[in-house]
Design a protein around this ligand. Sequence first.
Ligand SMILES: Nc1nc2c(ncn2[C@@H]2O[C@H](COP(=O)(O)OP(=O)(O)OP(=O)(O)O)[C@@H](O)[C@H]2O)c(=O)[nH]1
Length: 317
Amino acid sequence: MGFFEKLVAGLGKTRDNIVSGMDSIFHGFSRIDDDFYEELEEVLIMGDLGVQATYDILDDLKAKVKEKHIKEPMECRELLIESIKEQMDIGETAYEFENHTSVVMVIGVNGVGKTTTIGKLAGKLRAEDKKVVIAAADTFRAAAGEQLKEWANRSQAELIGGQEGSDPASVVFDAVAAAKARHADVLMIDTAGRLHNKKNLMEELRKMNKIIDREFPEAYRETLVVLDATTGQNALQQAKEFNDVAEITGIVLTKMDGTAKGGIAVAIHAELGVPVKYIGVGETIDDLQKFDADDFVNALFERPKDDETSEEVSENK
Ligand SMILES: Nc1nc2c(ncn2[C@@H]2O[C@H](COP(=O)(O)OP(=O)(O)OP(=O)(O)O)[C@@H](O)[C@H]2O)c(=O)[nH]1
């Protein structure tokens, strides 16, 4: 299965949740009125898109309906697809760090798929012939280091640190030295994300950032937060809390395969203004991809990748 097919298969439950509900409204209403919009609103909110994104999408839809003098509810389907795509479009500049010598901090609470994501991303960068160093700065659990070692071996990245109980900041210091000595393209730092103690977390991140700023000022900086899509509104809450303590530049949403809560991708983007940059749809090294708004929305509405009607719509904009 290619990634797009996996995404289509993985988003099945989300599709059931959101799109089937919307389609029954498009079919069930004979005119576009307040009731129509109200029911759409309910489906979008129930589908985990969040209040902000729902209002943005509906405002956009209402404006388009007015502007194009649309009378048929069914015609709103295309407009809605178009509107969600526009909301979620992040463009290639989101991945600038891949083109620079960079430091990527990866934050996330236990179990969200942080280690797996680092492994997959390392594998992806290695496949592009980039040199990758991974810093095991989540030093609170021995198992975390072991698991990271396996992924580093699999993706042929170099691992620094990994000893339980060592000081995360000193792991970062060693990793920066190693990255510079080996002329690495990307240094990825696995950090512990204990949200129940925000003050400590903030302090730990501050210490690590200070070392990077001082020892590696020329490096391009990226801070990714990993979230488990299956936790829905909880993931959004985590994103908000991390956003309070760190300058997040992107989100990675894992476990998009088989969750009914894939709509949370839209909510996070709208409510935090931080783009979802990668999504995970499985447990193997190839199951992480850049977030592509077109692919995501097409998979959600189950349309073939090169659907001509979508091009017509965008050309007619
Ligand atoms: N289905 C699916 N499973 C995933 C995905 N990403 C990670 N997982 C699984 O989620 C579980 C947790 O992943 P880890 O990478 O260990 O999570 P972590 O955040 O590093 O957690 P700790 O190591 O406990 O801090 C593992 O069983 C992974 O295989 C994904 O995109 N889809």
